[in-house]
Design a protein around this ligand. Structure first.
Ligand code: FPP
Length: 227
């Protein structure tokens, strides 16, 4: 038995379908998804999951219609403003991984301020924004090339990633039934366990979260070794 995963990463998929099935605009699905994220963060703290990483906006998501992209950026700004006090009260360290210089400048400033304010807290919420696993590897490779030869190892490469101090995710959850990684944490997922649920992200509930943790606990994690 593995116990509780230290680091859970989530591909929050299905917001659009959730909204469309209700005859609502896609942004309504993202708004509902932001509420789910808040709930899941609470469940992680209760269960003893130390780090929650979520895929909120990929390098490919810039191709979506401007209205949806702008709406998502606004939603992120609101999340930072409205959840700031709660994150501080609950001692959650907020951080962002991704090409943050792609983000609107105002949002970058808000992110940097909240990261600084929460930097010493023990729980972590890591939000992947303008994030792509391949982009992260390319960005890391640039830094890696400048390392002295004796540091050009796997550990040396990992030290060049966006958040080098984070352990790899133990469990990756994907909602909405797709069996894809969609360019998420490509380097970090080497030994992660996967849990896929048909549930759309806005409907992801405490029971499904519990099933994901129970499924993880029952996995045989050999990481290439023997039992
Ligand atoms: C994928 O669903 C989801 C996204 C592209 C955005 C995720 C954003 C949130 C959950 C809310 C904002 C996050 C924060 C941190 C406040 P989709 O639109 O691809 O759904 P579909 O596959 O049904 O179309």
């Amino acid at each position: 038995m593995n116990g509780v995963p230290r680091h859970v990463a989530i591909i929050m998929d299905g917001n659009g379908r959730w909204a469309i099935s209700r005859g609502q605009p896609r942004l309504a699905g993202h708004r509902a998804g932001a509420k789910t994220l808040e709930d899941v963060l609470g469940w992680c703290r209760e269960a003893g999951v130390e780090i929650l990483t979520v895929y909120a906006f990929s390098t490919e998501n810039w191709k979506r219609p401007a209205e949806e992209v702008n709406g998502l950026m606004k939603l992120l700004g609101l999340f930072l403003r409205n959840k700031r006090a709660k994150l501080i009260r609950d001692k959650v360290r907020f951080r962002v991984i991704g090409r943050r210089s792609d983000l609107p400048e105002k949002l970058q400033k808000k992110i940097a301020a909240l990261e600084a304010e929460t930097a010493t807290f023990p729980h972590q919420l890591v939000v992947a924004l303008s994030y792509g696993g391949r982009a992260e590897i390319v960005d890391a490779a640039r830094r890696f090339a400048a390392l002295p030869p004796e540091r050009q190892t796997e550990a040396g490469f990992a030290s060049c990633l966006y958040a080098p101090d984070l352990p790899d995710p133990d469990l990756i959850i994907r909602t909405s039934g797709e069996f894809r990684l969609s360019n998420f944490l490509l380097w970090e997922c080497a030994y992660s366990e996967f849990f896929i649920t048909e549930t759309l992200w806005p409907d992801f509930d405490h029971a499904t979260f519990g099933r994901a943790l129970a499924s993880y606990a029952a996995r045989d994690r050999r990481k290439g070794g023997h039992a």
